[in-house]
Design a protein around this ligand. Structure first.
Ligand SMILES: NC(=O)c1ccc[n+]([C@@H]2O[C@H](COP(=O)([O-])OP(=O)(O)OC[C@H]3O[C@@H](n4cnc5c(N)ncnc54)[C@H](O)[C@@H]3O)[C@@H](O)[C@H]2O)c1
Length: 345
């Protein structure tokens, strides 16, 4: 498979932490020119240039002599990988979610882990909103109908959907992205409820006109439930059969967080038994596998593109690159997930 070796283009990378020569960095995607420009100044870079994700065996092989790894959310960074790369000092994922990284295992080996928070909030919120509008207003069904050639002109009762404007929006996980989704609700005149592990400051609630409620009440009262929690043991299958039964039969579920937050078998059952009006999903339990029961007209399926604008993906890649470069300058990277590993190192 393709291997692109880029020689360093400048004599940068000075002040490297405890390194006599330039750091060797494995990057599991060619990324974007702006990010490569940052990395190429710092070290000897080994880019995986294949169109698909780097195969696991190849990743384990190539990491063997590397000091740093810039990875994507589908590269699993676990004890096996850390053992395969004994020289690793830093792992930088090009994503805000870091459920792909075993952070305690990194800390145990004094490997710094970083992510890319903040730059994708609005882009992800836009996609959550696009999904919400698409499922409520049956946009994908309509598009398919027009393309099929069967459309015979305006009809009073064809493809009747549900209003978004003025409805109740329930946001689970009221962090950076959840709040951006709430902000868009203001423009749609929506009542916004949120639940989460902690309550937002009062001024944030006031600005976003959002009400903190118990999760059960959010399920009971929302017309749209949008998920914005990280994937962790507490949130895995948060959308269970039991919780789906608390939702209105007319409600829609939107997921731009991580697939395993939803028990997909339970969701399919809820849709089949008409306990839920529909769902719009960007993420899946076992990507890229799509549960056959989700391929139905009242489900919109997006291919994990919530942060996929050119501007935002470029910013994410640059931030990941800068985290690595900063580290090799002997400074603290901006987005450390395990600052305790820095102290230990
Ligand atoms: N589909 C995509 O491409 C895409 C893009 C960006 C982010 N994401 C996902 O969105 C997630 C959220 O990103 P963010 O930047 O807003 O994170 P964040 O940390 O700012 O917000 C997460 C919120 O969830 C809350 N939370 C944590 N555990 C919870 C629980 N058990 N129940 C309820 N609330 C809980 C936290 O208190 C926090 O308010 C990321 O972790 C990532 O997995 C997906």
């Amino acid at each position: 498979m393709p291997r692109v070796k880029c020689a360093p283009i400048a004599a940068g990378g000075s002040g490297e932490v405890g390194m006599a020569s330039k750091p060797k960095i494995l990057v599991t995607k060619l990324l974007f020119p702006a990010a490569r420009a940052v990395l190429d100044k710092t070290g000897e870079i080994d880019y995986w240039a294949g169109p698909e994700a780097i195969p696991r065996a190849e990743l384990l092989k190539r990491v063997a002599d590397k000091d740093a790894l810039v990875c994507l959310l589908n590269d699993k960074i676990d004890a096996e990988l850390l053992a395969a790369g004994p020289q690793l000092r830093i792992v930088a994922t090009v994503s805000v979610g870091y459920d792909n990284i075993d952070v305690p295992a990194c800390t145990a080996r004094k490997v710094i882990a970083t992510n890319t928070p903040g730059v994708l909030d609005d882009t992800t919120a836009d996609l959550a909103w696009a999904l919400m509008l698409a499922i409520a207003r049956r946009l994908v069904e309509g598009d398919a109908w027009v393309r099929s050639g069967n459309w015979r002109g305006f009809s009073m009762d064809h493809l009747l959907g549900a209003d978004v404007y003025g409805k109740t929006l329930g946001i689970i996980g009221f962090g950076r992205i959840g709040r951006c989704v709430a902000k868009r609700g203001l423009g749609f005149g929506m009542r916004v409820l949120y639940s989460g592990s902690k309550r937002a400051p009062v001024d944030v609630e006031r600005e976003l006109n959002a009400e903190f409620v118990e999760q059960d009440r959010l399920f009971n009262e929302s017309d749209f439930v949008s998920l914005h929690v990280p994937l962790n043991p507490q949130t895995r299958h948060l959308i269970s059969k039991e919780n789906l039964e608390k939702m209105k039969r007319t409600a829609f579920l939107i997921n731009t967080s991580r697939g395993p937050v939803i028990d997909e078998a339970a969701l399919v059952y809820a849709l089949e038994s008409k306990k839920l009006a529909g769902a719009a999903l960007d993420v899946y339990e076992q990507e890229p596998f799509i549960h056959a029961g989700l391929k139905r007209p009242n489900v919109v399926l997006a291919p994990h593109i919530a942060s996929a604008s050119l501007e935002t993906r470029t910013k994410m890649a640059v931030i990941a690159a800068e985290n690595v470069v900063t580290f090799f300058k002997g400074k603290k990277p901006a987005n450390m997930l395990n600052p305790e590993a820095w102290k230990a190192g």
